[in-house]
Design a protein around this ligand. Structure first.
Ligand code: SD4
Length: 333
């Protein structure tokens, strides 16, 4: 795995330089078209997004298509269907979507609706609001043609019942990379796309922290915390313990650092430093990860701890998986 990543890292660096030179040739795709997303499961999400981008489709359509992939993956216990429930046994989903022109929509703590990202998009396009939560979000979804369906799988119910025996809430670093059924505290798909017209969009979808308090909302549906996109600058998304992103308006912060002229990796690094500065002790035991892409398609990422991986997909390569740098050398606390 490490060797493969090293190879990919090297080849991606080449790909990035090539793309930034504006010379990438792909049938129907813009020289700059690219999609990036968080964690290993970002690879299939990117590929679904690429199916849209590679034929000249919109970034907004691409990120929605990408986000729907882990939402329906029964092996993924932290996004959409099959997500681990809160401590009361409710699968409660958060999602947001943002277009580079500033339009955005989100749902939080929505239950029994399989594709929260598409509800978020409906909030953006069919309501006068940005964020709808809880029972109201479900009502809005049903009124807009979404179906009610139970999302709690037998496997997730079983894991929750096991957890109830100790009822110990302790987010685990890099739980996203655990095998289904073991590490289980957090996980989010954040996906950012740049399309053939040079327009950006982003989406973020999660079942949030496993065994959270009922009604808890993380950063993912909060514009500026878990996701922020601005066509004039770039886009950023986050994964990890959402309370840290909420405290720091983190994705907005990453985009603002890019606005000041910093490349994406540096902007992510600076935002990580800010979050650490606020809570240095806590940062040693939590994971926080940022992923950003600027309007030229340049990509960067940074995390508290080793282990954050992100997927990059463009005309050169559709399954690249890269290691993000981290400020702490340890993979675990
Ligand atoms: C949350 N940020 O609800 C999400 C969870 C996550 O990696 O991203 N975990 O706090």
């Amino acid at each position: 795995m490490t060797a493969r990543r090293t190879f990919l890292k090297t080849s991606m660096m080449g790909a990035t330089a090539f793309a930034l030179g504006g010379k990438v040739a792909a049938k129907g795709a813009s020289p700059a078209a690219r999609v990036v997303s968080t964690w290993d499961f970002g690879v299939p999400a990117n590929q679904a997004a690429w199916a849209v981008l590679s034929v000249g489709g919109r970034a907004l359509d691409a990120v929605e298509a990408g986000a729907r992939v882990p939402e329906s993956d029964l092996k993924n216990h932290s996004v959409g269907r099959a997500g681990y429930p809160d401590r009361d046994g409710h699968v409660s989903l958060d999602a947001s979507i943002m277009d580079g022109d500033g339009r955005c929509g989100a749902v939080a703590a929505i239950e029994d609706i399989a594709h929260p990202i598409s509800v978020a998009r409906a909030v953006m396009e069919k309501s006068p609001h940005v964020l709808i939560v809880g029972a109201g979000a479900q009502q809005f979804a049903l009124q807009n043609g979404f179906e009610k369906t139970s999302l709690l799988t037998d496997n997730a119910r079983q894991t929750w019942r096991e957890w109830l025996k100790s009822s110990r809430y302790q987010p685990q670093i890099n739980a996203e990379r655990g095998q289904p059924g073991d590490a289980r505290n957090h996980d989010t798909l954040g996906i950012l796309a740049l399309d053939a017209n040079g327009l950006l969009a982003g989406a973020c979808t999660t079942s949030g922290m496993a065994f959270k308090l009922h009604g808890r909302v993380g950063d993912s549906p909060i514009i500026g915390a878990g996701l922020y996109v601005d066509n004039e600058v770039g886009a950023a998304t986050a994964s990890g313990v959402g309370e840290e992103m909420l405290r720091n308006a983190a994705s907005f912060l990453v985009v603002e650092f890019m606005r000041q002229g910093h490349p994406p990796a540096q902007a992510c690094r600076m935002a990580i430093a800010r979050v650490v500065h606020k809570r240095p002790e806590a940062s040693k035991h939590l994971q926080v990860c940022f992923l950003a892409m600027n309007k030229d398609g340049e990509v960067g990422a940074y995390a508290f701890h080793k282990g954050f991986v992100y997927a990059v997909c463009d005309a050169q390569k559709q399954d690249a998986l890269l290691d993000a740098k981290s400020i702490y050398a340890s993979e675990q606390k």
